[in-house]
Design a protein around this ligand. Structure first.
Ligand code: SIN
Length: 376
């Protein structure tokens, strides 16, 4: 009974807070010019989710609360930053399109170059596509200022919502000088994860991980503490400036599997990423045909960790120096005559697809495409 009462009081407090005049909430947060300024750009997701029966395990609508309401529900933010808000969209993240990625990256690039007073940016986002949006921003936000992507796995009106704490940790990280130059990051459950490595492993609090690659740091009670820095190109050093890019080339994602015979397309995509640990006998020829038809092909491990992939660009193939005479060598000959397959070392197939879409806005040369896969 005690629990039910206190749960009810908490819900009443949250709902009263959410419906409080937003101007007063934001005013209370802007009392000191000494705190860094952080812009929170909201896109929707469970962090903005509201249930029809608050305080239950019941269903909810993602992308319901506004940016102001999300920020207004965490008064503690005022201790660490002067927070400004902007609403980019308010949708479940499965609805995010590549057009919206381009628009979001452009908006963040613009505010970070125009607003020298901003310490960093936080993007609130649904967790379903969080890792993909974060990696797109990692490749296309050309600034060293921190950009932190954050979400929640429980709705704002749920029992023990994780969004408020995640938002607080994200804002503290965006405001931290130690976060400068580390590329776009995801902060979930007090872990600081590189957007390059992060993935949603399960649909529960604590479900975001970087596999064997290691988290960059943690947000402790004293604030963000970093252990590592990424080494690959990112941020201000990225070549992907989106100048003249209004849409991304079509890149398909397929799986290789025992007995597979390769995909069939009504119209050919510009590129294809195949999640594979090795092709089945029936798959080699169809994928080779796609390359011969001009489709750029990348192979990626389903886990994202192909530790045996080459770490250097391929040397030119000595086609004419090799003479295969037997019938058994015809597949090898055909392979040598087809454009190279590009290899992804340490990216999940979904992220390899994002890098291939961006790289295809620059070149269709497989060797040059491979260079992008080794650099980013
Ligand atoms: C979404 O991705 O928008 C819904 C799921 C979530 O945010 O956890």
């Amino acid at each position: 009974m005690l629990c039910t009462n206190s749960l009810f009081r908490n819900r009443v407090f949250l709902l009263a807070f959410i419906s409080a005049p937003i101007s007063s909430v934001l005013h209370a947060q802007s009392d000191s010019s000494a705190r860094p300024k952080v812009l929170v750009i909201a896109t929707g997701g469970t962090i903005a989710g509201v249930q029809s029966a608050p305080g239950t395990l019941g269903s909810y609508r993602a992308g319901t609360l506004t940016a102001e309401q999300i920020v207004g529900s965490v008064p503690e933010l005022a201790r660490y930053a002067r927070v400004e808000v902007e609403q980019f969209s308010n949708v479940a993240s499965t609805r995010i399109t590549t057009q919206q990625w381009i628009g979001l990256a452009r908006r963040i690039n613009a505010v970070l170059s125009e607003r020298t007073d901003l310490a960093g940016v936080v993007v609130t986002h649904g967790t379903d596509r969080l890792e993909e949006t974060a990696f797109f921003l990692y490749l296309t936000v050309r600034s060293d200022k921190p950009v932190i992507v954050v979400g929640a796995q429980r709705p704002a009106t749920g029992i023990s919502p994780d969004g408020p704490m995640n938002l607080l940790s994200a804002v503290r990280t965006a405001a931290a000088p130690a976060a400068v130059g580390k590329g776009v990051m995801v902060v979930m459950d007090d872990r600081i994860l590189s957007a390059r490595e992060v993935r949603k492993e399960y649909q529960r609090v604590g479900g975001f991980t970087v596999g064997e690659m290691g988290m960059l740091g943690v947000v402790a009670s004293d604030g963000p503490e970093f252990f590592f820095s990424p080494v690959r190109r990112r941020g201000a050093d990225s070549e992907f400036d989106l100048v003249g890019v209004d849409s991304l080339p079509r890149v398909e994602l397929t799986f290789s599997f025992p007995g597979g015979t390769g995909p069939r397309f009504d119209s050919l995509p510009a590129g294809i990423v195949v999640a594979t640990t090795g092709f089945a006998p029936g798959e080699g020829a169809p994928y080779r045909t796609l390359r011969q038809q001009g489709v750029a092909m990348v192979t990626a491990f389903p886990s994202g960790d192909n530790v045996n992939a080459p770490s250097r660009p391929p040397t030119p193939r000595a086609d004419s120096a090799q003479r295969d005479t037997s019938a058994a060598d015809s597949a090898a000959r055909a392979e040598r005559s087809a454009p190279l397959a590009i290899v992804s070392q340490h990216l999940t197939p979904q992220k390899a697809r994002i890098l291939l879409m961006l790289a295809l806005t620059k070149t269709r040369d497989p060797r040059e495409l491979q260079r992008y896969f080794l650099a980013y």
